[in-house]
Write a protein that binds this ligand. Structure first.
Ligand SMILES: [Ca+2]
Ligand SMILES: [Ca+2]
Length: 105
């Protein structure tokens, strides 16, 4: 089973490489256009990031429970943006660490 870090990295790659902006990703996955990403829609995002079918529901559920500030069980744009920003900055930190390691060799 993939680690949490690997899963988050996959989601980050999906959002940063397949979409021009987080806005575009949000509206792409908000299929019913209600301005929220509910679990069903988030699950599609997770699946699209090539996270295994079996765990995509669990991952989507965890993302929501961890980052849903107003506890309405779905992501609004502000919550989504905050989680994407965090994903990207965490990713940059990881990359920096990796390049540092390399340059020390
Ligand atoms: Ca929706
Ligand atoms: Ca919410």
């Amino acid at each position: 089973m993939a680690s949490k870090k690997q899963i988050l990295a996959k989601i980050r790659i999906l959002i940063t490489q397949k979409f021009k902006s987080p806005e575009e990703a949000f509206s792409f996955f908000d299929k019913n256009e209600d301005g929220y990403l509910e679990k069903k829609e988030l699950k599609k995002l997770v699946r699209k990031a090539k996270v295994g079918r079996l765990i995509s529901g669990i991952v989507a559920g965890k993302m929501i429970s961890g980052l849903d500030k107003d506890k309405n069980k779905k992501f609004d744009w502000t919550e989504f943006k905050a989680s994407v920003d965090k994903l990207i900055s965490d990713g940059l930190k990881e990359e920096k660490k990796a390049t540092k390691k390399k340059s020390n060799m």
